[in-house]
Design a protein around this ligand. Structure first.
Ligand SMILES: CC(C)(COP(=O)(O)OP(=O)(O)OC[C@H]1O[C@@H](n2cnc3c(N)ncnc32)[C@H](O)[C@@H]1OP(=O)(O)O)[C@@H](O)C(=O)NCCC(=O)NCCS
Length: 92
């Protein structure tokens, strides 16, 4: 998992502005569905909160079951295209 600000000329798919870190996450297959992804997301959100970030963002394919995980963690859909959702987590 990483979070980055990809706000240069070529923006990240989940970029909303140049103050907001964008999430990407993938768990090695045999360790999936054990709660690790959820725990990592929560831990990273806490880490960003402590560093003063106000929001976090991500982009996800609509059919990916990860959408539900992101919603459970607290991300909200703010925009959608044919295939993807743009989601934002508000730290406050
Ligand atoms: C998405 C991903 C990061 C989630 O990590 P994880 O450790 O498997 O997630 P968790 O174990 O915390 O599970 C989160 C939820 O997803 C569900 N889930 C996990 N694997 C699933 C599967 N294959 N199909 C459907 N739901 C699944 C879990 O049941 C859980 O839901 P619940 O809280 O309602 O029980 C991981 O599965 C992954 O690496 N997927 C491939 C890469 C990817 O799609 N990354 C996201 C790109 S935006």
């Amino acid at each position: 998992m990483w979070t980055r600000i990809l706000a240069g000329e070529v923006k990240g798919f989940g970029n909303i502005d140049d103050q907001t870190r964008e999430f990407a996450i993938a768990i090695f297959k045999k360790y999936r569905n054990k709660g690790i992804g959820t725990a990592l997301m929560k831990s990273m959100i806490q880490h960003l909160k402590e560093r003063g970030y106000k929001r976090a963002s991500l982009a996800v394919q609509k059919e990916n079951y990860a959408v539900r995980m992101y919603q459970k963690v607290g991300f909200e859909i703010v925009k959608e295209s044919d295939e993807e959702y743009l989601m934002v987590y508000n730290m406050s």
